[in-house]
Design a protein around this ligand. Structure first.
Ligand SMILES: Nc1ncnc2c1ncn2[C@@H]1O[C@H](COP(=O)(O)OP(=O)(O)O)[C@@H](O)[C@H]1O
Ligand SMILES: [Mg+2]
Length: 271
């Protein structure tokens, strides 16, 4: 950030700055407006459900916040300061973690090892990671993080995650995200690959994390899931934010109307 930008921002701050601010963020892929002038703020402790039809821009938004893509235009502020989040390691250094629907853990590693994958910079470099790290301290750190969340995963020290259930893996991925993500945990369809019982366990974990004050943004297709954990809902349609509502002040029917375009900015229906 340039000093003059910082002055501008500081002058604008009258109250505690939101955790994350998106200001007029657009993302173009070739001619496709994956995100079109999206603005919103995430305040500490918000648990926001992000919904919208296929192709609405939800994953692109998550990837902008997780540092996979930079915006084509617009800006991102972290606690009032303009920041670049790319590449993902940089977003992580800002305390932003992401859990994807496809259970992105390394299959051949144990849960304990997975807790530290991608953290090579904090611990040394590359393939030497597990030689450098004290194996016992790694395992006990992962174990106590899981324990503090009341997650019990048998054999976390010696069973590769490929031999665990999808639900257990997703819980481990979320626990890892909560462990490293001091500011924001992004969840892109965390229950999409799971059955009913496993989804319920994952949602219980999300709501437990929310009670601890963790700020989360969760993409979901399932409005029941959204309502069970989120205090706020943002609806995307064709790259644009068409609604931003407190869940207590809206209904699933109204959210569906925004998703389908039955309700929302007039310009969208004429496109
Ligand atoms: N890496 C990419 N390259 C080109 N187009 C992309 C890329 N990622 C997303 N898109 C396009 O951007 C739009 C929004 O996609 P996405 O954010 O994945 O939507 P959602 O997650 O809501 O289904 C879609 O039209 C999609 O085809
Ligand atoms: Mg998506």
């Amino acid at each position: 950030m340039q000093p003059d930008e910082r002055n501008t921002i500081d002058r604008g701050l009258t109250t505690a700055a939101p955790l994350v601010t998106l200001r007029n963020v657009s993302k173009l892929f070739g001619g496709v407006h994956a995100l079109d002038d999206v603005s919103f703020e995430l305040r500490r402790g918000d648990v926001v459900g992000l919904v919208g039809d296929n192709g609405a821009g939800k994953s692109t938004l998550v990837k902008i916040l997780s540092g996979v893509f930079g915006p084509s235009s617009g800006e991102i502020l972290i606690e009032g300061e303009r920041e670049t989040l790319t590449p993902p390691a940089r977003a992580q250094r800002h305390g932003i973690e992401t859990v994807y629907q496809d259970l992105a853990l390394v299959s051949s590693f144990t849960v304990a090892e997975n807790f530290f994958v991608g953290r090579e910079r904090s611990w040394g470099r590359g393939p030497k990671l597990f030689q450098i790290m004290n194996r016992r301290s790694m395992t006990s750190t992962a174990a106590s993080a899981l324990e503090s969340l009341n997650i019990s995963i048998p054999h976390l020290k010696n069973r590769p995650v490929e031999r665990m259930s999808g639900g257990q893996r997703q819980m481990a991925a979320i626990a890892r995200g909560a462990f490293w993500g001091e500011r924001l945990l992004l969840l892109d369809e965390p229950t999409a690959a799971l059955g009913v019982r496993e989804s319920r366990e994952v949602l219980e974990l999300v709501s437990q994390l929310s009670q601890r004050g963790l700020t989360m943004l969760m993409v979901t297709h399932n409005l029941e899931h959204l309502w069970s954990v989120c205090n706020r809902v943002i609806v995307m349609r064709r790259g644009r934010k068409v609604a931003d509502l407190m869940s207590s002040e809206t209904t699933m029917d109204e959210v569906v109307a925004y998703i389908t375009g039955a309700k929302g900015p007039e310009t969208l229906s004429s496109e």
